[in-house]
Design a protein around this ligand. Structure first.
Ligand code: SDX
Length: 428
């Protein structure tokens, strides 16, 4: 859909640029023709740049809205489950009963890793960070499933998508077991997706272990909340890697690496570390003041967002999940949760945070819930990556099948030296 043209006046030159209108959100100015007129746009960090068109996820940062294929996240989190959400993100529509059963059954048939991948784990030190292991093992899948790496073949793309979605919980759980020095626990195909992950994380060969249905449901909801989020840094990384027609395993490994950063998916672990360091509600003011002091270099982890200038809708659902999980576990007096609630209240009443529109984001409460679920801090980002794999795959596939596909190749503003002649070292 198009809307009125934009006219760019540069000196005496006037350049007409078409604008495009999506189904929701702001119009975009189509600047593709600018290069042939001798200009580039300049937008490091992509604050005002739409890198693609997509029909998967819509975010309205001012209203605090998040839609998966048009469905509000609140309704999906309440009424759906993670595999059904993955189906929706991939296919654009919610499945009927037969489609859901077939999808879930297909995922359950691909949960095991190739047996030789066990030796890959043994190459790591026992204290290897789970994200380092996940990046490596997911990338290594390309060596174990070379027959499904041809992105031009729809059948190969589909089998790779299922292999990735089905195997990442096993990859993640085994990285935790390896850290603990416990034997790997194989997936149980009769279990639900989140239930199976909790089982592989906490079961041992020595006794029966049945994950709590309430905690499995809470974890499944956490997976839903993290499944996709438009063109965030890691999704953009997956698209960038995929634009060269790299195989899907390499692309998801690239996205996993990007998510690891503390400004992105690593924030949930940093929130817990910050709360633990704070230690007591009496020190909240000190940390809020540090976050407001530019010279401190300190950020209030779990606050702020590039897009949300209102409450991240996922944070509100995560807070509710926190209450439910802590109640289920009889931990309603959990000191970290009480401190988080107090910190949120103080920050939201503070002029600095109000003026800069800094609200709690999805990471603010997720760490507290995951900790209550018995998941170690080192696994928080691995769980984020596990869930986001559903969205990464959907976005990757949408890009691969999009008409007029081009390899991503941004330009730059060059600020280096002018042309100069080489001087041999003897003359320098
Ligand atoms: C995720 O993009 C996504 O969708 C990501 C994500 C997803 O689902 O994929 O939602 C997941 O990554 C959530 C964000 C988790 N990260 C954190 O919680 C880390 C703490 N937050 C930030 O560092 C920051 O808010 C970002 C990285 C999230 C956003 O950074 P931006 O958009 O580049 O904004 P900015 O750094 O330019 O900040 C704008 C202003 C700055 O002040 P000025 O220079 O304008 O004076 O706000 C200040 C910042 O100093 N600011 C903060 C702050 N976040 C921003 N000040 C104190 N504490 C903070 N947390």
């Amino acid at each position: 859909m198009t809307s009125p043209n934009a006219t760019l006046q540069i000196g005496g030159q006037s350049i007409e640029l078409p604008t495009l209108r999506g189904s929701l959100g702001p119009d975009v100015i189509d600047t593709r023709a600018l290069g042939s007129q001798g200009y580039f746009t300049y937008d490091p960090g992509f604050l005002s740049t739409a890198s693609c068109s997509s029909s998967i996820t819509y975010i309205d940062g001012d209203q605090g809205l998040l839609y998966y294929r048009g469905y509000p996240i609140e309704q999906i989190a309440e009424g759906s489950d993670f595999l059904e959400t993955a189906y929706l993100l991939w296919n654009g529509e919610l499945p009927n009963v037969e489609q859901k059963q077939e999808f879930d059954a297909l995922v359950s048939q691909h949960t095991m890793l190739h047996d030789q991948m066990l030796s890959l784990y043994k190459g790591f030190r026992r204290d290897a960070h789970p994200m380092a292991v996940m990046v490596s093992i997911i990338g290594a899948m390309a060596a174990f499933y070379p027959e499904s790496g041809d992105v031009a073949d729809a059948k190969q793309r589909e089998i790779s998508m299922f292999r990735l979605l089905a195997k990442v919980p096993t990859v993640a759980a085994w990285s935790y077991k390896y850290n603990k020095g416990e034997p790997f626990i194989y997936p149980q195909n009769h279990m639900g997706y989140a239930e199976n992950f909790l089982y592989m994380l906490h079961a041992t060969p020595c006794e029966d272990y049945q994950p709590s249905p309430v905690l499995a449901r809470a974890l499944d909801r956490i997976f839903i909340l993290h499944a996709d989020h438009e063109q965030n840094a890691s999704t953009s990384t997956v698209r960038m890697a995929g634009s060269s027609y790299a195989n899907p395993f390499a692309c998801i490994a690239a996205g996993t690496a990007c998510l690891w950063g503390p400004l992105h998916g690593g924030a949930n672990a940093s929130v817990l570390a910050m709360l633990a360091e704070m230690g007591d509600v009496s020190r909240i003011g000190e940390y809020v003041n540090r976050a407001k002091d530019k010279t401190s270099g300190f950020r209030l982890m779990g606050f702020g967002h590039r897009v949300y200038k209102n409450m991240d809708p996922r944070a509100a659902i995560m807070r509710q999940t926190c209450y439910e999980v802590l109640d289920e576990l009889g931990l309603h007096d959990d000191p970290l949760f009480k401190m988080a609630l107090k910190l949120e209240q103080i920050a939201l009443e503070d002029d600095y945070f109000i003026k800069k529109k800094l609200y709690p984001n999805v990471d603010f409460y997720s760490g507290i819930v995951l900790r209550a679920l018995g998941i170690p801090t080192s696994m928080f980002t691995a769980i984020f990556a596990l869930a986001r794999t559903a969205g990464w795959i959907a976005q990757w596939n949408e890009m691969i099948v999009s008409p007029g596909h081009k390899i991503a190749r941004p330009r730059q503003l060059y600020t280096g030296p002018q042309r100069r002649d080489f001087v041999p070292v003897s003359a320098r």
